[in-house]
Ligand binder design. Structure first.
Ligand code: MSP
Length: 707
């Protein structure tokens, strides 16, 4: 039996949970549920980060003490996680005694090693990051590069941790453990940082009290990141205890913005304390909402996961978040995409499969699981479906083990679609008319029910309730629902004669009226007002004809009433890839003015910011209703393929593209075009219309850098 200990970041209690927090927690939940179902000794930890100046300030703004605020907000996290069906084994708060004791113990170990010394720190501090910034890293006006808000000049006596001492040993660790930080691009970032010269870290504060006192010097409180990172161990109890032996080292799933803390500070602290380093630090990408960073001051970006879950269902939200964007890549959240996937994949593909299967079982096999007919097992259509199911079970498991839930869901959908085709091909309703074909009928119904239970068991980590319900409806037990299927046992899991439920619609289709009502509810009135404000349109840059980036001005963030009306009328966009509304591509009006593109020579540094790579097309498909666009899946040398929308449909047919190698711009901000997320751009020749695709000479491996 393998061991799997996964954690999320612990969330600051200065604000309520939002979509970005929900994403990381849902991903960790799904991965841990998979490992549990596959029989691994599994533990899943989440919690809250409650100390530090940021929380102290937020509390005082609300006229509360820090612990009052923490007690309040922690309940919002707990209830949100319960609502989203998060099955964590433990929840750690950094204000708990078990945590505080452990942090002091770790400090003492680092101190005993001679790695803590007293000095004075002067520098620019961003409270939002809870971190100092060297002058050179600040933006003009001493603004924090992450938050764009003013940094504060702090000057205080402080204890330092000898971080510089561990850069070398850590680089060695990276060399010996190539998979330590994933995905690979983040690993390279950390290595570059370590090589750039690491300075010692200020690890105590005297300007406020809300923290854990430094052992032996109560004037100082321990720096909040030293405190917070320790949660992954403090939650396992005493260092020589059973949980440590059983679960450490763990896997940290984190957002890419806090990579340095997890991949440099934390491992260095552990090296100093003589403790084993984490097994893996896996960084997820960043969700934007209609191209904008989620922020309190931007109404259109405030996505409340609780409300979404109430309106569209917890499982549908979990499915969308994990299916839409491969873990590790940035993604753009668009409500229309959520509804699009819901209707196409959940209501249509999955929902139809279940309701059809239950209907035929109810009508033709007495509402019970029919027998298997051994003589039919290895034959024709039945054998094909069984083969595909076994392959899907194996591949999806491998993909989940490799932190690729989006890909796993895509794989599972192969079985969903194949099972739907199987019903069409075997036509149980026709077989039922001919008593001589009773065995064929029973075998067909049984095979579809088996495909459903197999699908349900694979979906359980992502959609726990749906999976439980699907299993129950086809007569399977709770025990069966809770375990990952064995590939070689496909078709033999249900019990003959078990009662099958009545036909049921699992995911009612969201029609246009309901879609309009949901969008009205989800997009705040102030954001809609901003979208309707003609002045706001002036800031939207135009999008290129290749279906590239539509990085939005305000008008991209929310759909005004007008745009939605156009949606309802199915109005076509003037050119598929026009800027503006993500789902229709139809702008209300052309932007009044467009900033002139910068001219003149590009510096080498500017060019160097382009992450150009060799990519290979693995899948190409038309986008319904878009005459100039194709949806491509590209292998770019990452664990999961990238999806891009390319305006090349007039020059290439999908079947001409699969296998071709092209030049790909990997760090273009994601955008939603015609309701499809585009995660980069392929290069092609042609100004208005594409004439020819870029290509690379020779047999160059995918992912190779272009410079
Ligand atoms: N308290 C620290 C983490 C300490 S871990 C020892 C912290 N908290 S946070 O609440 O600000 O953010 C927690 C996590 O949420 C981070 O991993 C961050 O990347 C993630 N997200 C916050 N907004 C996000 C998006 N818009 N998209 C994806 N994840 C983002 O940092």
């Amino acid at each position: 039996m393998s061991r799997f200990y996964i954690s999320t970041p612990i969330y600051y209690v200065n604000d309520a949970p939002h979509l970005g927090h929900a994403y990381c927690t849902i991903a960790a939940d799904a991965l841990s549920r998979f490992h549990r179902a596959a029989g691994d000794d599994t533990r899943f930890l989440t919690g809250t980060d409650e100390h530090g100046i940021k929380v102290e300030q937020a509390a005082s703004e609300r006229g509360m003490t820090p612990i009052q605020l923490a007690d309040d907000v922690v309940e919002r996290f707990r209830s949100t996680w319960a609502h989203l069906d998060i099955a964590n084994d433990d929840f750690i708060r950094t204000t708990e005694a078990r945590h505080k004791e452990f942090v002091s113990e770790l400090w003492r170990r680092m101190d005993a090693r001679g790695d803590i010394y007293k000095g004075k720190y002067e520098g620019w501090y961003c409270v939002k990051c809870e971190a100092y910034y060297p002058e050179g890293e600040l933006l003009e006006g001493q603004l924090c590069p992450t938050h764009k808000s003013p940094a504060t000049w702090l000057s205080e006596p402080t204890y330092f941790f000898k971080l510089s001492k561990y850069a070398g040993p850590l680089l060695e660790h990276f060399e010996k453990n190539p998979g330590f930080v994933q995905p690979e691009n983040y690993r390279n970032e950390v290595i570059a940082f370590l090589k750039s010269g690491v300075r010692d870290l200020s690890v105590s504060r005297t300007t406020f009290r809300w923290g854990i006192p430094v052992p032996g010097d109560e004037e100082h409180v321990i720096y909040v990141w030293i405190d917070a990172l320790t949660n992954y161990m403090s939650a396992l109890g005493p260092i020589d205890g059973e949980l440590h032996r059983r679960f450490w080292p763990g896997i940290h799933l984190i957002g890419k913005d806090i990579l340095k803390f997890h991949a440099v500070y934390w491992p260095s602290m552990l090296l100093s304390a003589g403790l084993p380093l984490p097994e893996l630090v896996f960084a997820t990408g960043w969700w934007t909402v209609r191209g904008e960073k989620i922020s309190k001051s931007m109404p259109a970006t405030r996505v409340d996961p609780n409300q979404l879950a109430d309106d569209i269902g917890v499982d549908a939200l979990r499915y969308y978040l994990l299916r839409e964007v491969p873990l590790g890549l940035d993604g753009d959240f668009a409500y229309e995409n959520l509804i699009g996937r819901y209707n196409a994949e959940l209501a249509h593909d999955l929902g139809n499969l279940v309701s059809r299967a239950l209907t035929v079982a109810g009508k033709f096999t007495g509402g019970v699981v029919p027998p298997i007919h051994a003589d039919l097992l290895g034959t024709g259509r039945h054998a094909e479906l069984a083969r595909e199911a076994s392959a899907v079970v194996r591949e999806a498991a491998d993909q989940l083990r490799a932190f690729a839930p989006s890909r796993a869901l895509e794989t599972i959908w192969r079985l969903v679609r194949e099972a739907n085709r199987y019903v069409n091909d075997t036509q149980p309703w026709a077989l039922a008319r001919d008593p001589a074909r009773r065995a064929d009928l029973e075998h067909s119904v049984r095979t579809v029910l088996e495909a459903i239970v197999c699908t349900a068991r694979m979906l359980r980590p992502v959609m726990p309730n749906t999976a439980r319900e699907m299993t129950r409806l086809v007569g399977g037990s709770e025990e069966l629902a809770a375990s990952w299927p064995a590939a070689e046992r496909f078709g033999q899991e249900l019990v003959e004669g078990a009662a099958v439920g009545e036909s049921k619609i699992l995911f009612p289709r969201i029609d246009e009226d309901r879609q309009a009502a949901l969008l009205d509810r989800w997009i705040p009135a102030d954001a809609r007002a901003a979208a309707a404000d003609p002045a706001a349109t002036a800031v939207a840059p135009a999008k290129d004809a290749k279906g590239g980036q539509a990085k939005g001005g305000k008008r991209d963030q929310a759909k005004g009433g007008k745009a939605r009306d156009k949606d309802k009328a199915g109005e076509a966009a003037p050119g598929d890839a026009a800027p503006g509304d993500a789902a229709t591509g139809a702008p209300d009006k052309p932007p009044r003015s467009k900033p002139a593109p910068p001219t003149g020579p590009v510096t080498f540094d500017e060019f160097g910011r382009m992450d150009l790579r060799v990519a290979q097309v693995v899948e190409a498909a038309a986008i319904p209703g878009a005459t100039r666009l194709l949806r491509l899946l590209l292998d770019v040398g990452e664990p999961e393929p990238r999806q891009v929308v390319a305006g090349i449909a007039e020059a290439y047919r999908p079947d001409q593209l699969v296998g071709r190698k092209v030049i790909f711009l990997a760090n273009l901000a994601p955008a939603t075009i015609r309701g499809v997320t585009s995660q980069g751009m392929i290069l092609a020749a042609g100004a208005e219309r594409v004439i020819g695709l870029s290509a690379v000479d020779g047999d160059v491996p995918v992912g190779t850098k272009i410079r």
